[in-house]
Write a new protein. Sequence first.
Length: 199
Amino acid sequence: MMANIVEKTPIAILISGRGSNMTALLEACAQPDYPARVALVLSNKPDAPGLDIARKFGIETSFVDHKSYGRDREAHERDINQILEKTGVKIVCLAGYMRVLTPYLVTKWSGRMLNIHPSLLPAFPGLHTHEAALKAGVKEHGCTIHLVTPGVDEGPILAQAKVPVFENDTADDLAQRVLVQEHRLYPETLARFITEKRS
């Protein structure tokens, strides 16, 4: 008896570096029963290590080097959007994409762009979240998946995962503990998001 064929929504993953969350998504999408497939991995850096990883998975890759655009962020995003639309993706997942987006791209993908952030939002938006959590003396830290809106790390929260903060933790200790949860939470949340959008 043949297994049910799962409809796979095409997604793009945007990265700036090694893309460890990208890898978690690629591995999930490779499963026959997962409701998405990665149609494109795109970076703002031509030498992002994650591009090589994506190629090893047989995924189409592209880059749009932000340095070529000077301060014209919207022009950079227009060229990114052109590639996204040409590829036919339905959802964009930011996975360590280290650029603050302009309203242009955010509006284009409103309700269809997800981001992962290494804190329990609304606590500690922006960068250096693990250092900030330790400085604040919190007992719990974690990660958040949210929809992207024009405000930085302000979009509707889709899911969170918590980790304990221990007395002798360094920022690296905390980062590693959170990363384990990120790699679990992003694929789970994306699958649920797609399934709910279909129903």
